[in-house]
Ligand binder design. Structure first.
Ligand code: HEC
Ligand code: HEC
Length: 324
């Protein structure tokens, strides 16, 4: 009982801190961010699109927060097994952003990973996950992006190593690994799990960090969400399958949903780094029902035993193969 009340008091304290942090974050938000409240059930496609942007975490990569960059104007350099990739400007500026794009151009980028001219994108843009996004959600997202303040910001060049600097290298990669996800269809039996799956797999692209990769930088199929010793920033990413010892098996659904909103684990740790960004830029805006659906889906996954070192591991040379 005592343990319970200590834990409860801790949670209340965490929640208050998190609320304070979100007020501070809201104050710091760029003026160019439209003042529309993200709402998945709104009659307004712009409010629904704002919600999809949060659930899909688009702002994290496409805003260079560290350098004071404008909302969605790109410029952030992302590390990848190929070198550093610059996230482009996705504000509706017609010259330097995506202002001139049709709905079909936009759908093609997210679904097929191809530019309007047919150029193949580097999979650092997680279209491998977004290809499972429902078409109506893509169009709502586009409606929202059209309302963002256009920013003139030319795209930075990528800093890639040879041969990855040659975009043609992506053709064999694509041929080997890119199977366009079928649109996520909700199995009739359990709508909540289907919603959780859609949010985790297609929108939240959790596997991009939480699943280990093979030596070509593609996600391994077997150990899905079982953690990776060399995540995107070169640090280890925990196992989020419900294995009791090495994963999140001892977390309740409520623990998980609470974590996804606040970044506080049931052990009182405050999450840092890329997961903190995923929460602050995206997940904390989601409804409690959606966070719980994600938690239920994670708890329903097969438990995979995979101890992932909690300490940062140095990233191996690309050629050493395996999990990067
Ligand atoms: C993990 C980082 C990351 C996330 C998350 C992300 N992107 Fe990107 N995106 C990129 C990178 C990197 C590129 C450039 C790829 C290239 O040049 O081959 C890109 C390219 C694009 C492009 C093509 C722009 C152009 O000028 O050709 C669009 C459109 C886009 N992203 C939209 C989105 C949307 C919408 C979301 C959310 C649903 C999103 N991105 C989420 C990293 C990301
Ligand atoms: C950009 C990379 C990235 C993405 C995307 C990402 N995570 Fe994480 N996640 C991390 C890292 C790194 C940590 C460890 C952070 C730490 O220990 O401070 C983490 C920690 C966690 C934890 C805590 C696990 C533990 O044992 O402490 C959970 C739960 C989690 N993530 C769930 C998710 C879910 C669900 C999604 C998708 C909605 C997701 N993550 C997307 C990188 C990511």
């Amino acid at each position: 009982m005592e343990a319970f009340s200590t834990r409860f008091a801790h949670r209340v304290a965490c929640l208050l801190l998190a609320m304070l942090a979100s007020v501070m974050l809201a104050g710091a938000a760029s003026a160019a961010e439209p003042a529309v409240e993200p709402d998945p059930a709104s009659a307004d496609p712009v409010a629904r699109g704002a919600y999809i942007l949060r659930a899909a975490g688009c702002a994290t990569c496409h805003t260079d927060v560290a350098k004071g960059g404008a909302f969605l104007a790109g410029g952030r350099m992302l590390s990848s097994p190929w070198g550093a990739i610059a996230a482009p400007n996705i504000t509706p500026d017609p010259q330097t952003g995506i202002g001139g794009w049709s709905d079909e151009d936009f759908v093609r980028a997210l679904r097929d990973g191809k530019s309007p001219e047919g150029r193949i994108y580097y999979p650092a843009f997680p279209y491998t996950a977004y290809s499972g996004m429902k078409r109506e959600d893509m169009l709502d997202l586009k409606a929202y992006l059209d309302t963002v303040e256009p920013v003139i910001a030319p795209n930075k060049p990528h800093e890639l190593r040879f041969p990855f600097s040659v975009r043609l290298f992506l053709h064999p990669w694509r041929w080997l690994f890119f199977a366009r996800e079928p649109e996520a269809v909700a199995p009739a039996e359990d709508k909540r799990l289907a919603r959780g799956r859609y949010l985790v797999e297609a929108l939240g692209h959790c596997a991009e960090c939480h699943t280990p990769r093979n030596m070509l930088g593609s996600l391994k199929r077997g150990p899905h969400l079982a953690g990776s010793r060399y995540g995107p920033g070169g640090i280890s990413v925990p196992n989020i399958t419900p294995d009791v010892e090495t994963g999140i098996g001892s977390w309740s659904e409520i623990d998980l949903a609470f974590f996804l909103r606040t970044g506080f684990t049931p052990y009182g740790d405050d999450v840092q780094g890329e997961m903190r960004e995923a929460i602050d830029d995206g997940l904390r805006h989601l409804t409690q029902a959606d966070l719980e659906a994600m938690a239920a889906y994670l708890k329903a996954l097969p438990a995979i035993r995979n101890p992932v070192s909690p300490t940062p591991s140095p990233r191996p040379a690309f050629s050493s193969g395996g999990d990067w």
